[in-house]
Design a binder for this molecule. Structure first.
Ligand code: ADP
Ligand code: MG
Length: 645
């Protein structure tokens, strides 16, 4: 007597709960030994498929014990069952259950993929099996291109791929015509001859008659069993059991599958990609714009020089708003500040606007009363003529130095201006010189629209009062600029008795500009990240759709031995592949947008960081947003997945 291969003891399988309860199997005892050819018959709904699913470890009993080779499988976890399915069982279904978008050869290979067989070995064996089943030349055909009989033979080849000891066939001829059915039965008989255990479910008495043993089920109970036939044939030699696939193999297979399923749905893939591409491109382009503008502003500020202190009237904001504190800085303050250590010059300034007139031409622009040291503190040069002198300031002479914009409004030829006279607030001023052109400031104002006059003259003839708008202090040694700043502060406090002024240095201005710029960049980055997030949600959405569409495929993969982790990895990899692909295209598009913006005159700074950041974010997005759908897929119940439409 052969050892029992499969042994069911008081197996019960109940579907549903309470009033909706269905006892699909009700206390079934059954022992099947190696090498048997068993037919299970019974009416539709009698519990045949339920029994088959339990035998093949696709499902678990509600009660009772099931032993395979004496080992109790009720204590095994999902992965243990997957590995049993992979090694022991080969399924043949009524509906074939082939994967529609891969070739016959690849369909046959699937169980070996999950068993960790190398690709070359897999291909050879799959080809052999197809040839043995009369499917020579059909390796590359998709299931849709094959007849029902051919598809079922592909399914048999798949069942044999891992050298299954037990072939479980659930109404395999149900969808075939009688001629093809006969061929398939001969095929199964042949497998039985070679020593395999074959368990066949059928409606058809003639089919059942070809088996050695017939078991009849009704309402979940075995009502007839013709009994085991003593066996004379050689027992099936199982080849060495394989281990689980290595992670690398699992990953490469998953990536291949991912590309295949992405290709199968090109339009959808393209739309999903688009979401990620837009997100990544936005991050790359927006950060480049942000950094470009920051770089520009910085460059202009650095040009201004780091050795300056600015004194302005007004202490607290309230006083400034009321206008109380405007009239606090005087020329004497400037002179006193000029006496401090480390100070090269303290340049008083009073600015306003006025109309300059020469003949019929006039120009309204900015007029600034300053001292002779203005050039030094402002890093400017005179192009034609000279600047006014200390003596001019002392003697309140009516001289003016013009910026090129102002000079250009009044003279056809800027170089002709020197020595000529212009009227400013009704008084004549001699033009001493014209400044070298400077261009727009970082705030966009024209730095050449200016007329400089001695501060003393300005107070008397133009501004009508003797208070200053600001004092600019140029220091010698910038390392001790903060000491100079506090000395200036003490000095002015002494003179005024109250802090009705503010002192700032270039560094602190630079810092606040930098802060503004940073928050600008952050804002752009945030906007871009939101679009990346939207792209990620799109990926999740499409993955959820994909999982529910491919439930059958997931069931087939599980039936052929895929573990939960195989399914999980496969779907995560798909999401990651979409996102990574979208990330790469997005970076290229981002650079493309940058190139267009540069042509349009926008200032752009391309650094590798945003691209790297955007790509890794996209990659991560794939993981995060792919995880939920993938987990849903991996937690599917194999039986339900297989019966999904
Ligand atoms: P057969 O294969 O003999 O036609 P099944 O084993 O498929 O019968 O079904 C046996 C009984 O269990 C039927 O009454 C069927 O309606 C019920 N059944 C099968 N699967 C489920 C399920 N997933 N949920 C609820 N009832 C089920
Ligand atoms: Mg059935």
């Amino acid at each position: 007597m052969s050892e029992p291969l499969l042994q069911l003891q008081s197996i019960t399988r109940v579907y549903g709960k309470d009033s909706a309860e269905v006892r699909a199997l009700d206390g079934v005892d059954l022992t099947i030994t190696e090498g048997e050819f068993v037919a299970i018959v019974g009416q539709s709904g009698s519990g045949k498929s339920t029994l088959m699913n339990l035998l093949g470890c696709l499902d678990r009993p509600t009660a009772g014990t099931y032993r395979i080779h004496g080992q109790d499988v009720s204590k095994m976890d999902a992965d243990g069952l997957a590995s049993l399915r992979r090694r022991t069982f080969g399924f043949v279904f009524q509906r074939y259950n082939l994967l529609a978008n891969v070739s016959a050869l690849e369909n046959v290979e699937i169980p070996a993929v999950y068993a960790g067989v190398r690709q070359s070995e897999r291909k050879t064996r799959a080809r052999e099996l197809l040839a043995r089943l009369g499917l020579n030349g059909q390796e590359k055909s998709r299931p849709g291109q094959l007849s029902g009989g051919q598809q079922q033979r592909v399914a048999v080849a798949r069942a044999l791929m891992n050298d299954a000891e037990v072939i479980l066939a659930d109404e395999p001829t149900g969808a075939l015509d009688s001629g093809t059915s006969r061929e398939l039965l001969e095929l199964l008989e042949g497998l039985h001859q070679s020593g395999r255990t074959v368990i066949l479910i059928t409606h058809d008495q003639k089919v059942a008659a070809r088996a050695d043993r017939t078991i009849e089920i009704r309402d979940g109970k075995i009502i007839a069993d013709s009994g085991a036939v003593p066996r004379s044939k050689p027992c099936f030699e199982h080849r060495t059991a394989r281990t689980s696939p290595s992670f690398i193999l699992q990953l490469t297979e998953s990536i291949k599958t991912a590309f295949r399923s992405l290709r199968a749905n090109l339009f959808r893939t393209a739309l999903t990609l688009l979401g990620v591409v837009i997100g990544v491109a936005a991050v790359v382009a927006m950060l480049a714009v942000g950094q470009g503008s920051q770089r520009d502003v910085m460059a202009r500020f650095e040009d201004m020089g780091a050795n300056l202190l600015f004194v302005r009237p007004g202490g607290d904001r309230g006083a400034r708003m009321r206008g109380d504190a405007i009239a606090t800085l005087t020329l004497e303050d400037a002179d006193a500040l000029g006496e401090l250590d480390n100070v090269i010059a303290a340049v008083p300034s009073r600015s306003g606007s006025a109309t300059l007139r020469r003949g019929n031409a006039d120009h309204r622009g900015s007029v600034e009363g300053v001292s002779e040291d203005w050039l030094l503190a402002n890093n400017r040069r005179v192009e034609y003529g000279t600047f006014f002198t200390a003596e001019d300031v002392d003697r309140r002479v009516g001289v003016v130095v013009l910026g090129t914009t102002t000079a250009g409004e009044l003279f056809d030829n800027v170089s002709d201006a020197v020595g000529e006279y212009v009227f400013l607030s009704g008084a004549p001023f001699e033009i001493a010189g014209v400044l070298e052109e400077k261009g727009a400031s970082s705030f966009g104002s024209d730095q050449d629209d200016i007329a400089l006059i001695p501060i003393t003259t300005g107070m008397m003839r133009v501004f009508g009062s003797s208070y200053l708008s600001s004092i600019t202090i140029a220091v010698e040694d910038t390392d001790v600029i903060s000491t100079t700043e506090s000395e200036a502060n003490t000095l002015l406090l002494d003179r005024h008795g109250t802090e009705d002024f503010r002192i700032r240095n270039t560094a602190s201005i630079l810092e606040s500009v930098q802060q503004t710029q940073n928050s600008f960049s952050m804002l752009l980055g945030a906007v871009a990240s939101i679009s990346l997030l939207v792209g990620g949600i799109g990926v999740m959405n499409i993955m959820l759709v994909s999982v529910s569409e491919r439930t059958r495929e997931i069931g087939v993969r599980m039936a052929t031995g895929a573990r939960r982790s195989d399914i999980l990895v496969q779907f995560i990899v798909e999401a990651v592949v979409v996102c990574a692909l979208g990330g790469m295209i997005g970076i290229l598009s981002g650079f493309g947008i940058c190139a267009i913006l540069v042509n349009l005159g926008t200032s752009i700074a391309i650094t590798p960081l945003p691209a790297i950041l955007a790509f890794s974010t996209a990659f991560l997005t794939g993981f995060v947003f792919g995880f939920l759908p993938a987990r849903n897929a991996s937690r599917l119940d194999p039986v339900r997945a297989l019966s999904a439409e």
